[in-house]
Ligand binder design. Structure first.
Ligand code: BGC
Length: 743
C-alpha cells in the first residue's frame, strides 16, 4: 500500500468527521437523509465537464498512462493515478476531492481480493459455493471478502460472475455459478448483496453470452432473443433482482454481430430500460471498440488499459469532447454517465463510509472460507458406504499434490493466498496454477491420528498402485486446472485416468477426490466405489476435504452443473476457435437456445453421468407431502423434507416445473428448476418448506410485445432432490396470463 494512498484515506476519514450537517449545507449531496437519486443529481449538477469526464475513464497501468498525451489525460489525473492507484490492482478511477467524490479502487474478483503482492483469503470457487445450494454461503463469503477488500483500500469489487455453464469446457466455469438461471441468480445475487452490505460497489459480469474463452475477444455468439431472455439474460435478471449490483461489466465478445460493450439491445433495451438498472455499465478490460457507439449504446465507464498501445483511449477527454462538439454524443448522455457512476456510491454507502486501510483478521476469514467449502463439497458416489473413513488403520493418499495443498482457478480471479502458494507459481498470463496452502494429507493426519497414512505423488503409477495395495483404503486426488483466457477438454490430463485405473485395480477400496473447475469425464467410474467432488475448495480446502472424508462434516453439496457421460452428449462437438492463435474472428451459433445443461439432456433423452442437483450424504432424505397452490400466476409450493437415515445432515429439497403438454418449442425443455431449500435435520426429523415460484419460470418470453406469457393449461410441479430424482408431483392449472417484461 502506498503511503500517499493511506494518507488520502486518512484525510477522507477526517473529512467524514466534520459535522455532516455543516457539510450538507455547503454540499447538499452530502446530506445522508436524502435519497441517492437526489444526491447523485445534485453532485453531477455541481461538476465541470472535465470532472464528469474524469469519472468515465479508469486506468490499470500507470506506466501506460504516463505515455498518454496531456490533452487526453490531464497531468492532474496522471499524477493522481501515479500517487493513489494500488500497485497490481485491477483498476483505478480518479475521484473529485473538491466535491467529496472518492476515487474508485477496483479489485478482482468473486472469491477474494486479487492483487499481485497482497496475500488474502480465498473462498472456494464460485462454482463450489453454488454447490452449497444455500444462498447464505455466498452472502457470508461476500461480506468476508469485501471486508478484506475495504481493509486493503478498495471500494469496488469486480465480482458477481454469472455466465451460465452453457459450454462445459469453458475455462471460466469455475468463476461462475452453474448452468441454471434461477440457481445462478440466487447464488451470484447473494454474493453481490453480501459484498455491497459492507459499503462497496460490486459488478455482475460478464454481460452477456460470454460462454467460451476461446477467442473471447473476437468471438461472435449468435442466439435468438427468445433463447437469450430465457437463459443467459434470465440468469442476469435474477442476479440483478437478488443482488442489485451497482455496476454491470459488459463482456469481450460480440452478440449477434454487435460488441457487448456497444450492444444496444443488451445494454440500453434489456438492462437499462426493461430491468430499470440505475447503476453504470463498465467495460471489461480492453473490451471497448468505439467512442460514439459505445456511449450511445449504453457503456458508461471504460476501465482497463488506456487503450491499445499508444492510441488515444476511446473514453479519453479528447475523444469525448470532440464527439460532443460534433454533436455525435449529447451533454445529457455525459450527465447520465456521471450520474450512473456516482449513484451507487451514494446508494451503497461508499461515500458515507469511506474505506480505511487496516488489519485483517485472517483466522476468522479462513473460518468463513472453510465453512463455505464444507457446505459445498459434493459426494457423487459412495457404494457400500465406503465413506466416511471410520476406524481405518492404513491409508494410502496418492496424487494431486495432496501433501502440499489444493488447486485454485487461474486468471484475474486467482487470489494469492495468505501463507503463499503451496507450489511455485510462474508469473505471466495466465501463468501457472496457484495452490492454496492447505494440505489434505495433513488434514487427514489431524483427523485420523491413529491411522498410518502414506503419501505417493502419483507420477509413478506403479509406485502408486503398490502403495494402494499395501493399505486398507486408497484416496486418489486428481486435479484439473481451468483458467481465464482458455478452454479445456473434459479429459483429466497428465495420465490421471490411468493413475486412478491402476490404483483401483490394486485396491478396490479406492476413493477419488476431484479438484476441478467443472465437469470432467471419469472413464474409471464403474470401478471406483466412492467419488467426492471438492471443486476448487479455497484457502482451507485441505482441512475441509479431510473433515468430509472422515465424517466430521456430513457432505451436503449438490452439483450445480450436469456431468456428461461422454463428449457425444455435448451440444457442440467442438468449440469454435479452440486452440487457435488469439484474436481469430470466429463465430459460434447457440442453436441449442435456452436448453442448457440438464435441459439439453432432457431434450435429447441423454442420461448424464451425474445430473444437475445430484449430491449424496452420509444420511438419506425423503421429500413428501408436496402441495402447490396458485393465486393468479404465482405458485406457492410446500412439502416436507425428512432425514430418513441415522446421522444428522443437511438435505436440499428442489422443485422443478413443466407444462403437462410440453413439446419442443418456446419452452426449451421438459422441465425447469424453480425453487430450492437446504435444511439441517437430526435423524428421523422432518421439516416443512415453502417456496414461491417465480412466474417467469412458468412462462415464455415473447418478442412481439416484449412480454412474459404463461399459456393456459396444466403444469407439473415436481419435487425431489435432483433433476433425476423427482419423487413427488402436483398438477396445477393456470389461466392464460401475460405481463410486460419491463420491470
Ligand atoms: C476479466 C475480468 C476482470 C478484468 C480486470 C478481465 O480480463 O475478464 O473478469 O475483472 O480483467 O482484471
Amino acid at each position: 500500500m502506498k503511503a500517499r494512498h493511506v494518507t488520502s484515506l486518512l484525510t477522507a476519514s477526517l473529512l467524514a468527521c466534520v459535522s455532516t450537517t455543516a457539510l450538507a449545507q455547503v454540499q447538499p449531496w452530502m446530506d445522508t437523509s436524502k435519497p441517492a437519486d437526489q444526491r447523485a443529481a445534485a453532485v453531477v449538477a455541481a461538476m465541470t465537464l472535465d470532472e464528469k469526464l474524469s469519472l468515465v475513464m479508469g486506468y490499470t497501468d500507470p506506466k501506460e498512462l504516463a505515455k498518454q498525451p496531456d490533452t487526453d489525460v490531464s497531468p492532474a489525473i496522471k499524477a493522481d493515478v501515479a500517487a493513489h492507484a494500488i500497485d497490481g490492482a485491477a483498476g483505478y478511477i480518479s475521484g473529485i476531492p473538491r466535491l467529496g467524490i472518492p476515487s474508485q479502487w477496483q479489485t478482482d474478483a468473486s472469491i477474494g481480493v486479487r492483487v499481485e503482492g497482497m496475500e488474502r483469503t480465498a473462498l472456494p470457487s464460485s462454482l463450489a459455493t453454488a454447490a452449497s445450494f444455500d444462498p447464505q454461503v455466498p452472502y457470508q463469503g461476500g461480506v468476508m471478502i469485501a471486508s478484506e477488500a475495504r481493509l486493503s483500500g478498495f471500494n469496488t469489487f469486480l465480482a458477481g460472475g454469472a455466465n451460465l455453464a452453457r459450454e462445459p469446457r469453458n475455462g471460466r466455469n469455475f468463476e461462475y455459478v452453474g448452468e441454471d438461471p434461477w440457481l445462478a441468480g440466487q447464488m451470484a445475487g447473494s454474493l453481490i448483496a453480501g459484498i455491497q452490505s459492507t459499503h462497496m460497489v460490486s459488478t455482475m459480469k460478464h454481460y452477456a453470452v460470454n460462454d467460451q474463452e476461446s477467442q473471447r475477444t473476437t468471438v461472435d455468439a449468435s442466439i435468438s432473443p427468445e433463447a437469450m431472455r430465457q437463459s443467459d439474460l434470465l440468469a442476469f435478471e435474477f442476479v440483478y433482482e437478488k443482488g442489485h449490483p451497482g455496476s454491470a461489466m459488459c463482456a469481450y465478445n460480440l452478440i449477434n454481430g454487435r460488441w457487448a460493450c456497444e450492444n444496444e439491445y443488451l445494454q440500453q433495451k434489456v438492462l437499462k430500460h426493461d430491468w430499470g438498472f440505475k447503476g453504470y455499465i463498465m467495460s471489461d478490460w480492453g473490451a471497448v471498440h468505439s467512442t460514439v457507439d459505445a456511449v450511445n449504446y449504453g457503456l458508461d465507464q471504460m476501465t482497463g488499459w488506456p487503450c491499445c498501445g499508444d492510441k488515444v483511449p476511446y473514453y479519453s477527454a479528447t475523444r469525448l469532447k470532440a464527439a460532443l462538439a460534433d454533436g455525435e454524443i449529447t451533454q445529457k448522455r455525459i450527465d447520465d454517465m456521471a450520474t450512473r457512476i456516482v449513484w451507487p456510491l451514494f446508494e451503497y454507502g461508499v461515500i458515507d463510509d469511506p474505506v480505511k486501510v487496516g488489519a485483517i483478521n485472517f483466522k476468522a476469514n479462513a473460518d468463513v472460507s472453510q465453512n463455505a467449502a464444507e457446505q459445498s463439497l459434493t459426494l457423487l458416489k459412495n457404494d457400500n458406504n465406503l465413506l466416511p473413513l471410520k476406524g481405518v488403520k492404513t491409508l494410502a493418499v496418492i496424487g494431486g499434490h495432496a501433501d502440499k495443498g489444493v488447486l485454485s482457478g487461474g486468471g484475474s480471479s486467482g487470489v494469492h493466498p495468505v501463507g503463499g502458494s503451496a507450489l511455485p507459481v510462474e508469473k505471466g498470463w495466465p501463468g501457472t496454477a496457484i495452490w492454496m496452502p492447505s494440505s489434505p494429507l495433513n488434514g487427514l493426519k489431524a483427523e485420523l491420528p491413529k491411522a498410518k497414512i502414506s503419501f505417493t505423488a502419483g507420477d509413478d503409477i506403479a509406485a502408486a498402485a503398490a502403495a494402494a495395495a499395501k493399505a486398507e483404503v486408497a484416496v486418489v486426488f486428481v486435479t484439473d486446472w481451468k483458467g481465464e483466457g482458455f478452454d479445456t477438454t473434459l479429459d483429466l490430463k497428465e495420465n490421471q485416468d490411468a493413475l486412478v485405473a491402476a490404483v483401483v485395480k490394486a485396491n478396490p477400496k479406492t476413493i477419488v477426490v476431484l479438484e476441478t473447475g467443472g465437469a470432467v469425464l471419469m472413464p474409471w467410474l464403474n470401478d471406483v466405489p466412492a467419488v467426492v467432488e471438492a471443486w476448487y475448495p479455497g484457502i482451507r480446502g485441505g482441512a475441509a476435504i479431510a473433515r468430509v472424508l472422515t465424517g466430521k462434516v456430513n457432505p451436503s453439496g449438490h452439483t450445480p452443473i450436469s456431468f456428461p457421460a461422454s463428449n457425444d452428449q455435448l451440444a457442440h462437438a467442438t468449440i469454435p476457435g479452440f486452440g487457435m492463435p488469439g484474436d481469430s474472428a470466429v463465430h459460434v451459433t447457440y442453436d441449442e437456445g435456452a436448453a442448457i445443461g440438464y435441459k439439453w439432456y432432457d431434450v435429447k433423452g441423454f442420461k448424464p453421468m451425474f445430473a444437475f442437483g445430484h449430491g449424496l450424504s452420509y444420511t438419506t432424505f425423503a421429500v413428501t407431502d408436496a402441495k402447490a397452490e396458485a393465486a393468479d400466476n404465482r405458485i406457492t409450493v410446500t412439502g416436507t423434507l425428512t432425514n430418513t437415515g441415522a446421522v444428522e445432515g443437511k438435505g436440499v429439497a428442489m422443485a422443478f416445473v413443466s407444462p403437462a403438454d410440453w413439446q419442443a418449442a418456446s419452452w426449451e425443455a421438459p422441465k425447469r428448476f424453480a425453487a430450492f431449500q437446504k435444511i439441517e435435520l437430526a435423524p428421523g426429523k422432518g421439516q416443512t418448506f415453502t417456496a414461491q415460484i417465480d412466474p417467469r419460470l412458468l412462462a415464455t418470453w415473447e418478442a412481439a410485445d416484449n412480454s412474459w406469457h404463461i399459456k393456459a393449461g396444466t403444469y407439473h410441479i415436481r419435487l425431489g432432490q435432483a433433476a433425476d430424482d423427482l419423487t413427488q408431483n402436483v398438477d396445477i392449472t393456470l389461466p392464460d396470463s401475460r405481463w410486460s417484461a419491463v420491470h
